[in-house]
Write a protein that binds this ligand. Structure first.
Ligand code: XMP
Length: 319
């Protein structure tokens, strides 16, 4: 009889066997996969593991604090909090092309990760939360023409560059199994149920040029939107929900005055694996109430739209 408890024990045994008494570094994104990998490896080898959390300034409201508090204080893991906001936002300044933005973030991420990982003297292994679908996806186009829609930001090539061997304890699992393993390891249910969040973060939800002002507005609007979704009990029915701030300002009227502020788009989709998706059929009441709250609570936004594009032909993110 196969259970996640047995899988966990076996995974811990294998990690110990592979790593011995060597040091391991793990990039922590705050997402479910890297978090489950880190907690599992920490159970196996304790303080031989150090996690590196890169804050690129493109995280959601309160996200960096949440991740650091949970892993450093709650799990007592050695954790390097790399605050590199200035570096990333500086490099992105004035850039509006989606692929250029992704490439800048991807390259800096590797540089920064490498720099901070170097602070952990003598690490021999790099841990990654690679899942089974990631393993298949990377070979599924072999032999045929491959089309890159978006250059996904990942740390491919990094292990060789750093001369590190890989530890990938989730390689045999699907997403729902990773969540089950996370529950087995005692991660909070609210954390395990979190919607996926992309590596390039808010950069791809801020089409066009990224400014600190836009990021601040986006964080506030997104927090109100997610609060609405939770209050209406819809969070777990939705694969992913977020706000995108649009690179356009429009005229509005508030009280006696004219406003000239940003427009935003709400996005919410259902999906099984992120490869295809349908827009979520919110009620008009929900949409109206949410628009009112965002405009009243977030200075800088005076117009709210709802994105009703499915994937394909749209993508889930805006860039
Ligand atoms: P798209 O926008 O391509 O997104 O329909 C599909 C899923 O992938 C996520 N996504 C990313 N995740 N790095 C990531 O780690 C990326 O560069 C990236 N781009 C998109 C997106 O949030 C959705 O879940």
């Amino acid at each position: 009889d196969w259970t996640m408890g047995a899988y966990r024990d076996e995974a811990i045994r294998k990690i110990r066997e592979q790593v011995g008494d060597a040091k391991v570094i793990c990039g922590l994104s705050g997402g479910v996969d890297s978090s489950v990998a880190a907690v599992l490896i920490h159970e196996a080898i304790g303080d031989q593991l150090t996690c590196v959390f890169v804050d690129h300034g493109l995280l959601r409201q309160g996200e960096a604090e949440e991740v650091v508090t949970m892993f450093r204080d709650h799990y007592n893991m050695p954790l390097i909090h790399a605050d590199e906001q200035e570096l990333f936002l500086g490099a992105l300044d004035g850039q509006s092309d989606p692929e250029t933005k992704r490439k800048i973030i991807g390259k800096l991420f590797i540089d920064v990760f490498q720099k901070h990982a170097g602070e952990v003297g003598g690490a021999e292994f790099l841990a990654q939360g690679t899942l089974y679908p990631d393993v298949i996806e990377s070979v599924s186009f072999s032999g045929g023409p491959s089309v890159t829609i978006k250059s996904h930001h990942n740390v491919g090539g990094l292990p060789e560059k750093m001369g590190l061997k890989l530890v990938e304890p989730l390689r045999e699992l699907f997403k729902d199994e990773v969540r089950e393993l996370g529950r087995e390891l005692g991660l909070p249910p609210s954390f395990i149920g979190r919607h996926p969040f992309p590596g390039p973060g808010l950069a791809i939800r801020c089409p066009g040029e990224i400014t600190r002002e836009k990021l601040e507005i986006l964080r506030k609007a997104d927090a109100v939107y997610i609060d609405q979704i939770r209050k209406h009990g819809l969070y777990d029915d939705i694969w992913q929900a977020f706000v995108a701030i649009l690179p356009v300002r429009t005229v509005g009227v508030m009280g006696d005055g004219r406003t000239y502020d940003y427009a935003c788009a709400l996005r919410a989709v259902t999906s099984v694996d992120g490869m295809t998706a349908d827009y979520y059929p919110f009620s008009h009441e929900f949409l109206g109430e949410t628009a009112t709250r965002i405009i009243n609570e977030v200075t800088g936004i005076n117009r709210v739209t709802y994105d009703i594009t499915s994937k394909p032909p749209g993508t889930i993110e805006w860039e």
